[in-house]
Design a protein. Sequence first.
Length: 270
Amino acid sequence: MTFRTVLALSAAVLAFSAGTVAVDGTVGTGVAASPASAAELGPDPVHHEPVRVTNAKLKRVDSIELAAESLVFRRGDKTVTEASMRDSRTTVSLLNRLLGTASRTQTAEGDGGACFPAGTTYTWGGAVRVAALTSPAAAGNAVEIRILRETVRSRFGGGVELTGPDGVQVGDDIRTAIRDAPKSDRMSFGSADARAFQLLLEPGWAPQHDAASSPDSRGTGTETDTSTPSDTDTESAAADLGTNGVSALTDDTTVTVLGSPMPVHAKRTC
């Protein structure tokens, strides 16, 4: 496998929208990107209390961290606000308010590949890409997020640093972290002279029990499935899903993309 092939395969995981994905992370589509606001999102199937933060406080944000299950907006070491990745409306709204109105592309199910979900993709400054899914994924996420650069300019004129857990950024050399990580948290692609890695930075999106058999499931509970899968079936399903969370993709040992959800060692392709 050549390194160009590895990058193409990695880009396919990150694309979110129909079209040809270039090695630099840009997306070409047959549908022109257009400005969008959070109001254009469909109804969020998961109900959350809205995040309330004033523009004055948001203006002070100087960094955004992509955690395993949320975006954390910070000023220095202080958290200004946090957006759950189970809440697409709040995530897009906060980013629009801080970074300006995003460009937008629509994705029908299967566009760009058999496993691509339906939804709307929002991109800010070529640096932050959010795919708001039409329906939440099995893991529970309503969005998929990719960080493509180390900084992005806010609508207020200042720079905002973009990081993953422990301050990891696009452009960082993480060879030590790759070397020291357990094999369960890293994947290697390519050959000795054209290497690429995926490294799990923070786990998240732990598999949940079937909602139909949960006492907290919606409805009357009179139609609950009482069947219990065998331990072998459960372990096999967990192994197929790999370990989910926020990961870094690298060119050699230099970070090129941060993303969540992005499982390692997942055997299922969809």
